[in-house]
Design a protein around this ligand. Structure first.
Ligand code: ZN
Length: 291
């Protein structure tokens, strides 16, 4: 079985074909080479949709995919694959019946899930499927999900919205409309904003950014602590682009974090593959009512 997998973010649409031999074993999924196209969100809904459709069409043409699996930014209804809420990062997506659109356009079985959910699913099923994991994904924003052991249905994965817990009540205005949300401090965007550097590895290696780094760790610790206190996970998994340079900061951060009791803190292992692999796994093993 070959699946056309798309990961729709506010900046880039990633796509790849995934070959599945044993659906229940995520480790056996073979991921083909990624293609990237700009989302072009600033050009509006129709343009984004066009870019998504052409990415899917290219995969189907090249690989003869029999199924479509999509991970997207925005809140997605698990059972229907409809986007129930999207920020300005994806204009016009709130209310978009994403799954039905793709299904009707390509006449293939299709599923759509939230990108942080997809990443969480992938990290969970690549680790220990029997554990209770909180997965944090640091990118443009801060995605978060709780993945519980058991059947992969709407109850298995819970979007925790930890990106929007208020860490600093007089802090930066967030896209959600509130002030001082965690994702304004615990994300790749925050590191870029606070350092003025596009290359975030510099934040962890140059002395001049010691304060940026310390603040980042303290804010991330607050989110991790909140997750542990409220959701009692076996593991807290930290993923997203920042984890690709984990050797520069992981040990320092876990030292700042201190004793986490029974909870293990671990870096995500799938890096930027998590979204598409999670989407593929959900397409094969997820229980949906209307997708
Ligand atoms: Zn917010």
């Amino acid at each position: 079985m070959k699946i056309a997998c798309i990961d729709v973010g506010g900046t880039t649409i990633k796509s790849a074909a995934v070959t599945v031999e044993n659906p229940s074993d995520l480790k056996s999924y073979k991921l083909g080479a990624f293609s990237f196209v700009p989302t072009e969100a600033n050009r509006g809904f129709d343009r984004i949709r066009e870019n998504i459709h052409s990415s899917i069409a290219a995969l189907i043409k090249k690989h003869g995919c029999e199924r479509i699996a999509i991970a997207t930014a925005g809140t997605v209804d698990w059972d229907s694959g409809k986007v129930t809420y999207a920020t300005d990062a994806l204009p016009g997506f709130t209310g978009y019946d994403f799954c039905r659109d793709v299904k009707e356009t390509f006449s293939l079985s299709s599923t759509v899930i939230n990108d942080a959910t997809a990443a969480a699913v992938a990290e969970h099923y690549c680790g220990n499927p029997e554990s209770r994991d909180v997965v944090l994904t640091l990118g443009t924003g801060l995605g978060s999900a709780l993945v519980k052991p058991g059947i992969l249905d709407r109850n298995c994965v819970e979007d925790l919205h930890l990106g929007h817990i208020v860490l600093h009540k007089d802090g930066y205005i967030c896209k959600c409309g509130n002030q001082g949300c965690a994702e304004q401090y615990v994300s790749a965007s925050a590191l870029k904003r606070d350092s003025g550097q596009n290359d975030i590895s510099l934040v962890f290696t140059r002395k001049e950014y010691a304060k940026v780094k310390a603040d980042f760790f303290n804010n991330m610790r607050a989110v991790v602590r909140f997750a542990i206190e409220n959701y009692n996970p076996d593991d807290v998994v930290i993923g997203g682009g920042v984890v690709e340079i984990k050797k520069l900061w992981w040990n320092d951060f876990t030292a700042v974090c201190g004793n986490c009791g029974r909870t293990t803190l671990r870096p995500a292992v799938l890096a930027n593959k998590a979204g598409v692999l999670g989407a593929a796994y959900s397409a094969m093993c997820g229980k949906f009512d209307n997708q």
